[in-house]
Ligand binder design. Structure first.
Ligand SMILES: [Zn+2]
Length: 137
């Protein structure tokens, strides 16, 4: 593991896109193919934090995130570590000193968030430019 300060604009989210042929997210020109799931029934897309429904939610445009969580369910951590009340609380009570470290993997020269999409979205909305990120081997 290495700790690095990374531009938020260089962080990517891995989101659930398709479960057994059921589309979870609307098509979007900013979505790129995922590296991990070409032979899986559960397909992801990769996108920058600024193009995620999570960031839209923090900005107050909540519909796409709500639909994403309801459609993806446990595959997006909904009802497990994530939920609307938890996210609302995280936004309301956010503080840099308590936010912890974002975890990423570096694949094909992209920093892909493993843990911290919600926190990265909040940081971006607060007009931060960088985040401390643990790069997992
Ligand atoms: Zn994948």
């Amino acid at each position: 593991m290495t700790l690095e300060r990374i531009l938020l604009n260089n962080l990517y989210c891995k989101l659930v896109y398709d479960i057994n042929g059921k589309k979870i997210l609307k098509e979007n020109i900013n979505y790129k193919e995922c590296y991990c799931c070409s032979n899986s029934n559960i397909k992801h897309i990769i996108c920058k934090v600024e193009n995620s429904p999570h960031y839209e939610y923090v900005k107050g445009d909540k519909e796409n995130y709500i639909n994403y969580m309801l459609n993806a369910g446990e595959y997006a951590g909904y009802g497990l570590e994530h939920g609307f009340d938890i996210f609302n609380k995280l936004i309301k009570e956010f503080s840099i000193s308590k936010m912890g470290i974002i975890k990423c993997v570096l694949i094909n020269n992209k920093y892909i968030i493993e843990d911290g999409v919600h926190r990265s979205s909040i940081l971006l909305n607060l007009e931060h430019k960088f985040a401390w990120v643990n790069i997992i081997d």
